[in-house]
Design a protein around this ligand. Structure first.
Ligand code: ATP
Length: 251
């Protein structure tokens, strides 16, 4: 059972160079063990994930995970150990095999070489990459790369894993594999996933946040989200109809 810990965005303002604000005074609290972030193209999902991962710094406001904040050098290391980020593109490290890259991720987050190597064994197994552990990381598929990213997060015992479009471009089999991994992980680690894919939403995530133009236009349980479109037969249809009610369009 996961403790009730929150990822908090307070009064967040962010813009890319001279462009207009992506967020302007955004307040958002995410404390569910599994949350899905929805929203149309350009709504700000990836930017929010990157700020939460402390890869981008807001012009104003803050992000924190329980009592940890990435502001300031000392706090940032602890924050980054607790908060893992799986970006859309996982880059294979030249020369490393799958297990080495997973261990490397743990080492980058402050584990000793030995501890990272030892922890990588269980992580490789957890994500179902045991057979590929010795293969060079540039020789695995997109779905396998993403599972490798998740395994990296598991080596340093992240408390929360942020995943940006983890199933984009995956075939149905890889997507199914990813879904069972998320289901399994959400018992022990908090998960926030941004996606355009809504099948099995209710099975996978407890909470839904919908962003539109940098603002939260819905936040609630998956049940509450679906009830926006009560009366429709299939859960997928329900999710799409609920979404259309909120932002008036396609995923
Ligand atoms: N590197 C960048 N430089 C300048 N503007 C950017 C950059 N990345 C994103 N933006 C802009 O910031 C806004 C939010 O983009 P973001 O990628 O966070 O949206 P998103 O919800 O993740 O979209 P998608 O569903 O298409 O991935 C958009 O207007 C986008 O054009």
């Amino acid at each position: 059972m996961l403790l009730n810990m929150a990822l908090l965005f307070r009064d967040l303002t962010f813009r890319y160079s001279s462009k207009s604000d992506v967020f302007s005074g955004l307040d958002l609290r995410i404390d569910s063990s599994s949350t899905v972030l929805l929203g149309p193209n350009g709504a700000g999902k990836s930017t929010l994930m990157a700020i939460a991962a402390s890869q981008l710094t807001p012009a104003q406001g803050s992000v924190s995970w329980r009592d940890l904040s990435p502001a300031g050098r000392r706090g940032r290391a602890s924050y980054r150990q607790a908060v893992a980020w799986i970006p859309q593109q996982i880059t294979p490290v030249p020369g490393l095999n799958v297990r080495e890259q997973i261990a490397y991720a743990g080492w980058l987050k402050g584990l000793s070489r030995t501890a990272a190597w030892e922890a990588s064994a269980a992580a490789v197994e957890k994500v179902g990459l045991t057979k590929l552990a010795g293969r060079k990381s540039h020789q695995v598929s997109g779905g396998q790369l993403r599972r490798m990213g998740i395994a990296g997060a598991l080596t340093h015992r992240s408390e929360i894993i942020l995943m940006d479009e983890p199933t984009a471009g995956l075939d149905p089999q890889q997507r199914a594999m990813f879904r069972s991994l998320v289901e399994e992980l959400s018992d022990t680690v908090h998960i926030i996933v941004s996606t355009h894919q809504t099948e099995d939403l209710a099975d996978l995530y407890q909470h839904v946040v919908v962003l539109d133009h940098g603002a939260v236009c819905f936040q609630g349980t998956t049940e509450e989200f679906h009830s926006l479109a009560s009366g429709l037969a299939s859960p997928r249809g329900q999710a799409e109809a609920a979404y259309a009610q909120l932002v008036g369009g396609e995923f």
